[in-house]
Design a protein around this ligand. Sequence first.
Ligand code: NAI
Ligand code: MG
Length: 356
Amino acid sequence: RMFRIAAIPADGVGKEVVAAGRAVLDALAEGSAGAFAFEWEEFPWGCEFYERTGRMIDDDGLDRLKDFDAIYFGAVGWPTVPDHISLWGLRLKICQNFDQWANVRPVQFLPGITSPLRKADDTELDWVVVRENSEGEYAGLGGRNLSGRGPGGEVAVQSALFTEVGCERIMRFAFDLARTRARRKVSSVTKSNAQQYGMVLWDDVFKRVAADYPDVETESVLVDAMSAKFVLHPEDLSVVVASNLNADILSDLGSALAGSLGLAASANLNPKRRFPSMFEPVHGSAPDIAGQGLANPIGAVGSAALMLEHFGLPDQAARLHKAIEATTAAGILTRDVGGSASTEDVTKALIDGLNA
Ligand code: NAI
Ligand code: MG
């Protein structure tokens, strides 16, 4: 089979890690004896494109993306462009237009990488953050200058949107995912003691949906307590479902606990498959290390593995994971995880690991 993939490296280390992910995927396809292949088209959108054209994406960009099998994304954002313009103008635009309402972010502990959790065997730990990706705190509702009072007296409102349909579908997604895992458990995260409307709706829907999955263990935990639980009792987690903002923060925490933001993978899924889904590392464009060959490509390569699962190639995804584990176990590590290997060194080791 031929899979058509739109690559959008965008900014900073996004370019380096997308190049790495492409090289690894192409090596995988080459070794498949024609069983599957990837056809790439690369798009130049991002902050440099914005500075040239005043747009983050071509006017017909979404239309050009809509027939691809998947989108492979790097990271968007650069110090010369305000972050709310770059993020909304490209990444969130794609997520919303293609109704990618489920964001899956596995927290993965790898051999050879020291986790700040320092449990006896960190590689035994793994859990998945399922992020509601279409509404919640990132619905974009609100405005500035609402007081009309001018400098010093400005009032801004930022509202969160919760719909019953939106809550229910992400929860069913989380429960279905839990059923595929060794530990059948879903932890729901809110701040419903302080946010009494949307978050209480979330809790109500969670109770209702949970009743349809009697074989899955559940718990509801407030986000502050869940932050502590990530650090103190991660062995008690399997699937963690949370709203857009809460899951965004928790998944960064999870990847830091696993050793580095550079390791974390994610999938922005359109579960009904009417539109392409998008696969990207959790991290941003890392301007502090961009262009120096220091970027850890494992988050991007792990995201490519999620893409392979989405394509119905779980064995190939498993091969990628094995190559990742072999590489970290051999101590071929970038600086963020305590090594001195370059992006290129790690990429080469991953490709060698595919054939080991
Ligand atoms: P960041 O994730 O880019 O960097 C945070 C820290 O992690 C930095 O110290 C960086 O060096 C390190 N890091 C990130 N990725 C790494 C990798 N692959 N290998 C090694 N180290 C890595 O977050 P930051 O600095 O808050 O944001 C930078 C820009 O990225 C901003 O413009 C922000 O808006 C954007 N951003 C974009 C995202 C996306 O496209 N999905 C997500 C998060 C931030
Ligand atoms: Mg984030």
